[in-house]
Design a protein around this ligand. Sequence first.
Ligand code: GRF
Length: 200
Amino acid sequence: MLRMVVLASGRGSNLLAILKAIESGRLSGQVAAVISDREDAKALDHARARQIPALWVNPKLGDGKAGYEQRLLAAVSACQPDCIVLAGYMRILGSQFVHEAGVPIFNIHPALLPAFPGLHAQAQAVEYGVRYSGCTVHFVDEGVDTGPIIDQAVVRVLPEDTQETLSARILAEEHKLYAQVLELYSQGRIRREGRRVTIL
Ligand code: GRF
């Protein structure tokens, strides 16, 4: 059983999708804790509603990014997870955190990386005029959305799409893809060699 710590900053729909996948038996795992940098994150409410430990780690205690990430790492490590799952966590993790975590860190991004990294990926795709976008689950490295790609789901961009309509269709794919990838990982079927990831 995969023991996950989920980091989330916002509404937590990907967290909910993961929890539902666990509840329905599609994902053999357990969310040990949900940790947020925002006290008012809806994701924390989703966790509390299920008696899952919900922690706020305040990034503004005056100890800088390094201090914050040390406190975050301590909170994560105390849960002894097999992996860390970023689900709408809106901060860039520093390289020290990434290296000291000692377990894989997964992220989901609402575009077909390496296209449109960073913020507002769906708006970037609409403005650029691509015909296809989608979502990507990848390992986290020191960069911004640059880690090795594990899997992607493609979404057709329609001529009438706005950022909102495209985001909604991508989000529906995110909710399926993230749980699928985590289940593959829990089955030991994801192998990483450098940038190349193989699904066994
Ligand atoms: C998702 O679009 C995800 O791809 C991105 O942040 C958003 C989080 O949404 N990294 P939610 O909080 O999971 O609803």
